[in-house]
Unconditional design. Structure first.
Length: 306
């Protein structure tokens, strides 16, 4: 199957600024691909290049196998983009904005616009002018606009900005449906790494115009030997593991949790020790680096996340 997106040796220079330096990236199939990087790393430049808003200095961008330089109309026909803080005609209603965009893209049947307004939870507000819309409502309308042409590739730049917790939860539900049930590739850029870690299948981390890592969070994380045990009495568990060979450190995390560093003692062995000493083990969690920890390890802490 043709890759949804292929980027080869992509460079973008602005006079003395080299914004992107030899970027290579592929989105081979449906899924949610997270794009992370500090401010000024080149994420927005990459998005604008893929969307055809600016031209590359060097390199190739293929969307559904079509080179954007050779045939931009066909290439961009299978892409939907929602930039941060999407703009609309404030004097028109949300529904009319979407209908105008549908007509501009050649759609004569208005039912898709109405269906999308319903999908993003704006049916009740479809007749209100966009000037009265909140930031979160504009974000919802931006998502509907990005989906108008039923694109294979959807690019979302900070889509949950301005949304309340209920709205963020809805996005968390919509995106996997769009990717896995509707067979789309979603390139998602956001500074909310907790949300990204929950929903993205794969990550690309950009720093200073280059890609520093690509892969699943579990593959990018460094191995750890820490295991957290949830028990009825953390102090009793601490005493039970005192001086056990192979355990280098035991730390009480709360009334019912301990962390054990066990490079030589397998998790199952520690569990047996606790159970044999009359301590029930309610839950076992093997710790790994969080996405935030991975990010800062790779790009450093001298940047803001964006």
């Amino acid at each position: 199957m043709t890759s949804f997106l292929q980027i080869e040796n992509l460079h973008k220079r602005y006079r003395t600024v080299h914004a992107l330096r030899g970027v290579n990236l592929e989105l081979p199939g449906p899924g949610i691909y997270g794009l992370l990087g500090p401010n000024g790393a080149g994420k927005t430049t990459a998005i604008k290049l893929i969307a055809g808003l600016i031209k590359p200095t060097e390199g190739r961008i293929r969307i559904s196998g079509i080179d954007i330089r050779d045939d931009p109309v066909r290439a961009l026909a299978s892409i939907g983009v929602m930039m941060e803080m999407p703009r609309f005609y404030d004097h028109l209603s949300g529904g009319d904005n979407l209908r105008v965009l549908a007509l501009l893209s050649g759609q004569r049947d208005q039912r898709r616009a109405d269906q999308l307004m319903d999908r993003v939870g704006l049916s009740a507000k479809a007749g209100e002018k966009v000037s009265a819309y909140s930031r979160g409502m504009r974000q919802r309308l931006g998502l509907a606009a990005a989906l108008l042409d039923d694109p294979r590739l959807v690019i979302l730049d900070e889509p949950t900005n301005g949304l309340d917790p209920a709205g963020i939860a809805e996005f968390r539900q919509w995106l996997p449906q769009m990717a896995h049930e509707e067979q789309r590739a979603i390139l998602l850029s956001s500074h909310q790494m907790g949300e990204m870690e929950r929903i993205c299948d794969n990550f690309t981390i950009v720093s200073r115009g280059t890609i520093v890592a690509t892969g699943k969070a579990a593959d990018l994380a460094q191995p750890r030997t820490s295991v957290v045990f949830r028990v009825p009495d953390a102090e009793a568990a601490l005493a039970a593991l005192h001086d056990v060979q192979g355990i280098t450190n035991v730390e009480v995390l709360g009334a019912d949790r301990i962390r054990a560093d066990s490079p030589a003692a397998p998790t199952a062995a520690i569990n047996r020790i606790l159970v044999n000493r009359g301590i029930d083990v309610i839950e076992i969690t093997e710790e790994r680096e969080s996405l935030e920890e991975i990010f800062f390890r790779l790009v450093g802490r001298d940047h803001d996340v964006a």
